[in-house]
Design a protein around this ligand. Structure first.
Ligand SMILES: Nc1ncnc2c1ncn2[C@@H]1O[C@H](COP(=O)(O)OP(=O)(O)O)[C@@H](O)[C@H]1O
Ligand SMILES: [Mg+2]
Length: 289
């Protein structure tokens, strides 16, 4: 079997763990970056399975995005792509919000728009009703650019802040969300092929964002109470490998915050001792056509 790990972060620990495990099993494995590829494809690009190890579409220019999309489609014709190409193309916080809404699953009140006036009105309405507002890039990760509107003095400040945010983080799209008062932690369920294979509880006394990359502490979470919910979400967005983040609110509801297409797992492995990379290679091996 031939495995290609396709990533624009070739030094990513997760990519190296998967590559190491696959090679130990005798699988011919290479780590390929987008800039290693040229089209039309040659035989050299052929592989049985293509594992997309990082967010190769949403942190690049629109033209790079189109080109990388083309690469994914070529891979899809030659072998099996993980996650499925369709789910990678749809991957954004906006897509998740609409999916959760259509399924009636608990999700904070959210607005997605290019229009600064609509963003302003949504934020002002929530702030007026005593709620807080979180702004996020449409597709980024690791808590980067996730901010809370908690130091807004006036309506003029709000408009000024939204304008600044759009320039620095939003890149033309506002994703605004009601802040959910919570118990000080969230739960990440790691899913492979429809099953929860590990769970962690993340907390961060120094930040409202419970991202491990921002200093949050991760510990094992052994209760399967959110498994069904997490599996339903992963299926809805079409992800075979996913990190589903669930935030238990003070109101007793469990809110789905995120369905991650490229979930990191080193912190999860450290917290639980579960060899996630081995489980991923098990799954990739099962896919050989
Ligand atoms: N609506 C919200 N209410 C409360 N906390 C939130 C909300 N949205 C995000 N957070 C906090 O911020 C963190 C990062 O947000 P998330 O949507 O997961 O973005 P990212 O993709 O950058 O990880 C979450 O793990 C959570 O701790
Ligand atoms: Mg997150």
């Amino acid at each position: 079997m031939k495995l290609t790990i396709f990533t624009d972060e070739p030094a990513l620990p997760e990519a190296r763990l998967i590559a190491g495990e696959a090679r130990r099993r005798g699988i011919e494995t290479r780590i390929l970056a987008p800039w290693d590829v040229s089209l039309p494809p040659t035989q050299e690009l052929e592989s049985d399975v293509y594992y997309i190890g990082s967010n190769i579409l949403n942190r690049v220019s629109a033209l790079e995005l189109l080109h990388r999309l083309q690469i994914l489609r070529v891979f899809d014709e030659m072998g099996v792509v993980v996650n499925p190409v369709e789910s990678i193309l749809n991957y954004s916080k906006g897509h998740l919000t609409l999916k959760l809404r259509s399924l009636g699953l608990p999700h904070p009140e959210t607005l997605i728009t290019e229009n600064v006036e609509m963003a302003y009105e949504f934020a002002a309405r929530l702030l007026d009703s005593g709620r807080n507002v979180v702004l996020k890039p449409l597709c980024r990760g690791r808590g980067v650019g996730v901010v809370m509107l908690d130091r807004i003095r006036s309506r003029r400040d709000l408009l000024q802040f939204l304008t600044w945010y759009n320039r620095v983080h939003g890149q033309g799209v506002f994703y605004l969300q009601e802040y959910i008062p919570n118990r000080g932690y969230d739960i990440r369920c790691f899913i492979i092929d429809g099953e929860v294979v590990g769970r962690e509880k993340r907390s961060n006394p120094g930040d409202f964002r419970y991202n491990v990359s921002l200093g949050a502490r991760a510990e094992a979470f052994t209760e399967p109470i959110y498994d069904e919910l997490a599996m339903e979400v992963a299926e809805a967005v079409g992800l075979k490998i996913a990190g589903i983040d669930i935030l238990p609110g003070l109101d007793g509801r469990a809110y789905i915050l995120e369905a991650n297409c490229y979930p990191g797992f080193t912190a999860l492995m450290e917290a639980t001792g579960i060899p996630i990379h081995e489980r991923i290679v098990d799954y990739l091996q099962s896919l050989k056509r």
